[in-house]
Design a protein around this ligand. Structure first.
Ligand code: G6P
Length: 370
């Protein structure tokens, strides 16, 4: 069994460490020879059809839905198309406005989640074109979609998804750039610049993984708390939601993710002496705003752990209690780095509490019933 786990104690830890490879594998063969443009040759959708899309719906469950929340920002910013992200179990029942010019993107690690598959079928019935982002070739979702981008994360065994999530992010970056190139919303130099930054991500993830011990110490200190909060703005909020889910899934500690600016509209009432707050601060243009939200929690006694871009050490130190820097990348790409310390945090918190990390209570890897 240890051999299957590649020398790691748990599949989750092994899969967290496989992310640099998963990023490289998911990018491999999908860039032009000079690496300056995207070449998604597996897609059947024509450039003309891509130019005709007027709205995008991203539909998924759990962690895959959280990748879809990042995907929304990626597609809107790169290709300037309005995007909605929805949980699959809600999508079908809210009479979504689906037209032949709607592209529905379903995201599913397994490709077998019942609600996601049902949403795909509903989208097709309404005449939309469906693109699947999935990790399993030949899965139901892959077979029934019009187009498929396979994430090359390799098999994911731990119930808590890690490398599948980050590979889904890579797929969204590639597809967002592909749309941007085709629709002419970004110029060649911009696309080349994003791709260069993407190619640096695997090494940057390795740098973060090398500091796992730092995160372990923080995880041990939060593991005794009954409740904690994740905050962030913009794309950091999407990552906060994933960090909170991961922690709940395997450590059973109650947590909530909040858009930092929304705290004062309710959640601030729950902040009292010693409550841990995990703050994401990777978006430079929202940096000052997030710092002032952190101060609001500190004033009520919160113990704040900040995750920020390297270079801001001195300023961040003034506002938080513990800190962790991620290597510098483009603002849109930060989720592919900032989620790594959060995955490690939940892993080590679960471990400290003596839970079954790979097989949490009440949860299944793939939910094939509604
Ligand atoms: C289950 C798993 C989650 C996963 C979700 C969606 O709830 O425990 O980790 O995110 O299903 O799974 P999918 O295979 O569709 O990505």
């Amino acid at each position: 069994m240890t051999a299957e786990k590649g020398g790691f104690d748990h599949f989750m830890l092994k899969e967290i460490h496989e992310q640099p490879k998963a990023y490289r594998d998911t990018m491999r063969g999908r860039l032009s020879d000079d690496g300056r443009s995207v070449a998604l040759s597996e897609l059947n959708i024509t450039p003309e059809q891509l130019r005709g899309i007027n709205r995008v719906h991203i539909v998924a469950c759990g962690t895959a839905m959280h990748a879809g929340l990042v995907g929304k920002t990626v597609i809107e910013q790169l290709a300037r198309i309005p995007v909605e992200t929805d949980v699959a179990s809600e999508y079908r029942y809210r009479s979504p406005i689906i037209t032949p010019d709607t592209l529905v993107i379903v995201v599913s690690q397994s490709g077998e989640t019942a609600d996601t598959l049902a949403a795909l079928r509903e989208a097709k019935r309404c005449g939309a074109r469906v693109l699947a982002i999935t990790n399993v070739v030949g899965s139901s979702v892959a077979r029934e979609a019009d187009d498929v981008i396979i994430t090359l994360a390799g098999p994911e065994i731990a119930v808590a998804s890690t490398k599948a999530y980050t590979s889904q992010l890579i797929a969204f970056y590639l597809f967002g750039l592909h749309l941007a190139q085709t629709r002419g919303t970004q110029d060649e130099a911009f696309v080349a610049n994003v791709l260069a930054a993407m190619q640096a991500l695997p090494e940057q993830v390795e740098k973060i993984l090398a500091q796992a011990e730092t995160i372990k110490g923080i995880a041990e200190s939060i593991s005794h708390h009954r409740s904690l909060f994740f905050i962030g703005r913009g794309i950091d909020y999407a990552v906060a939601l994933e960090g909170s889910l991961k922690l709940k899934e395997i450590s059973y500690i109650h947590s909530e993710a909040y858009a930092a600016g929304e705290l004062k509209h309710g959640t601030l009432a729950l902040i009292e002496e010693g409550v841990p707050v995990i703050a994401l601060l990777t978006q430079e243009e929202l940096y000052e705003k997030t710092i002032s939200n952190i101060k609001e929690t500190k004033a009520r006694g919160a113990h704040v752990f900040g995750i920020y871009n390297e270079g801001h050490e001195a300023e961040v130190a003034k506002s938080v209690d513990r800190q962790f820097a991620i290597p510098r990348t483009l603002p849109l790409l930060t989720p592919a780095l900032s989620v790594i310390p959060l995955q490690l945090l939940s892993y080590y918190a679960s471990l400290a509490l003596g839970h079954d990390v790979d097989k949490p209570r009440n949860l299944a890897k793939s939910v094939t019933v509604e």
